[in-house]
Design a protein around this ligand. Structure first.
Ligand code: B12
Length: 483
């Protein structure tokens, strides 16, 4: 038997989509699978204890979605909690422990070493987990398990990441309590593809999912949407890095939804890059049920867009807002403030520009999480060689360690960068402002961190009262009610 444990307990609750797919695949491959979901347990350690009292699986798989909350200044790190869970499980069963999930795949070797788990699966979990169970029961040829990391003679060995393409997944979506996640989390996820072929300097997605686009058959995606709908779930979030890359696939998915009249029954949200996006795609998305788009805007300053290696320009941002408005799609522009080269002037230019193009809302978080193996890592290491740590923000002591939450905020923004951004926003309620760090905070500062979806009680309450949708859209609607 394969036991899969969801370790993510963040509030509002987001269903462990990857674990649902891994479990679905394993069941289809003839394995017996059980899921222990710690998300809704008051006492996770007790739940683990009671679970293993009368079970002895062949393999225990821990799904690890968020290594940290990627949010400055909270900088919450979840790897120590994962280590505790591995130790708890080890004390209760002899079964080997494997870790997988996107949080794991960003730091595969480091997490295996830190937690003491037996195995890790770097990349897609479906076929790899089933292959690991087979090898554990048979010849233990670990070289044959895609993406596997394991220990041999006190060293960690690893296979190439598991990024098979094209992607075909189980559409049943019945291994976790998706309806409960919908009721407590406001929406449920599904994927139309994996991987990202962009090379934005800061992003971890290509590390975890690969840089080749691996597409799913649109009819399989629509089948999955129908499975969720039959469970009473009618608000979805597409979990692709960028839904419109490639644009042809996005249109094909929309066509399939339209042909099956899903656009009348399901409402959905997605992340998109501002380019390619045109009137045809906007219309197709609206007809297919899309009611909200979160664009990776990053900046409203051309120089910063080039630094981040974005392919869009300011014009693209302006046109996305216009097209969304014409098609009655709510539009959010997500910014990334404080990157290399950011100055008070570039921030002012961005904020002014966003005010002018007038999206429904804009996320203005400050600080770039620096991931190892990204271009940001080399930029930062060059800067450090030239002296000074002024742009690095972190909450831990000792040497800089990118495994732990480490952020970049351009030193040119001074000692009180969040205050500077807030002043420029000037109370404009379309913006989700950056949270103030400890040095900037005064007793009068309100719930500024509410754009962080980690322990977001405002959202949790709204969802309990019936709100559904992407979190930015729920927060935006709450703000509208205030006015
Ligand atoms: C969509 C999305 C969201 C949506 C989710 C909507 C929904 N209903 O699902 C929203 C907006 C709510 C969201 C919120 C947050 N997100 Co988010 N999100 C994503 C995104 C784009 C997709 C996640 C996803 O579902 N992928 C699809 C699934 C199928 O993939 P998967 O989980 O990796 O699973 C596969 C493998 O990892 C593996 N696997 C999974 N489980 C297991 C288990 C075992 C045993 C094995 C062997 C393998 C395995 O197999 C699976 C199938 O192949 C990712 C980036 C990305 N491109 O993936 C970021 C991402 C996961 N999010 C991230 C973050 C930080 C957050 C927040 C913490 C942000 C915040 N501070 O508010 C919150 C956390 C919310 C929560 N409660 O957990 C980061 C995590 C980075 C990190 N440092 O750990 C990511 C990677 C984005 C990034 N690059 O920064 N997110």
């Amino acid at each position: 038997m394969l036991t899969l444990i969801n370790t993510n307990r963040m509030v509002p609750a987001i269903g462990p989509l990857g674990l649902d797919y891994v479990a679905g695949y394993a069941k289809n491959a003839g394995l017996e699978v059980e899921v222990l979901d710690l998300c809704f347990e008051d006492d996770p350690a007790a739940a683990i204890k009671s679970y293993f009292r009368d079970r002895s699986p062949d393999l225990v798989g821990l799904s690890f979605r968020n290594a940290d909350d990627s949010f400055w200044p909270s900088a919450d790190w979840f790897v120590p909690g994962l280590k505790d869970t591995v130790e708890n499980v080890r004390n209760l069963t002899d079964a080997p422990v494997v870790i997988g999930g996107i949080g794991y795949s960003i730091f595969p070797g480091q997490i295996l070493e830190y937690t003491g788990a037996d195995f890790g699966i770097y990349g897609d979990g479906e076929a790899a987990t089933a292959a690991l169970v087979r090898q554990l029961r048979g010849r233990r040829k670990f070289e044959d398990v895609p993406g596997l990391l394991w220990r041999e003679n006190s060293e960690i060995r690893g296979n190439a990441p598991a990024w098979p393409g094209p992607v075909s997944l189980s559409t049943a979506r019945d291994s976790i309590d998706n309806l409960r996640y919908f009721e407590q989390g406001g929406q449920c996820g599904l994927e139309t593809k994996r991987g990202c072929n962009r090379n934005c300097i800061y992003c971890a997605d290509p590390l975890a999912k690969g840089n080749k686009l691996r597409l799913r058959d649109p009819s399989e995606i629509a089948d999955e949407a129908q499975s969720l709908l039959s469970q009473g779930i009618d608000v979805l979030h597409i979990c692709d890095a960028e839904f419109n890359v490639p644009g042809s696939h996005a249109r094909a998915v929309c066509e399939e939804f339209i042909n099956r009249s899903l656009g009348d029954k399901i409402r959905w949200y997605a992340y998109l890059t501002p380019s390619p996006f045109d009137g045809d795609l906007a219309r197709a998305m609206a007809r297919a049920g899309c009611i909200g788009i979160n664009f990776t805007g990053d900046s409203g300053c051309e120089a910063m867009l080039r630094t981040y290696r974005q392919r869009h320009g300011k014009d693209d941002l302006a046109s996305t807002v216009k097209l969304c408005r014409e098609n009655k799609i709510a539009v959010m522009i997500d910014l990334l403030l404080g990157g290399p080269g950011e100055t008070p002037q570039t921030i002012a230019e961005t904020i002014d520009f966003i005010k002018q193009i007038d999206p429904d809302c804009a996320g203005a978080p400050l600080g770039v999480r620096i991931y190892p193996r990204t271009a940001m890592e080399s930029i930062v290491s060059n800067e450090l060689h030239k002296g000074g740590e002024t742009s690095i923000r972190r909450k831990y002591d000792g040497p800089i360690d990118l495994f732990k939450p480490t952020f970049y905020i351009s030193g040119a923004l001074g000692d009180r960068p969040a205050e500077l951004v807030r002043d420029l926003i000037g109370g404009d309620r379309r913006f989700f402002e950056p949270a103030l760090d400890a040095a900037e905070q005064t007793d009068e500062d309100g719930d500024a961190g509410n754009y962080n979806y980690n322990e977001n009680l405002l959202l949790e309450e709204a969802i309990a009262a019936g709100a559904r949708g992407a979190y930015w859209d729920i927060l935006r609607r709450l703000r509208k009610q205030e006015r």
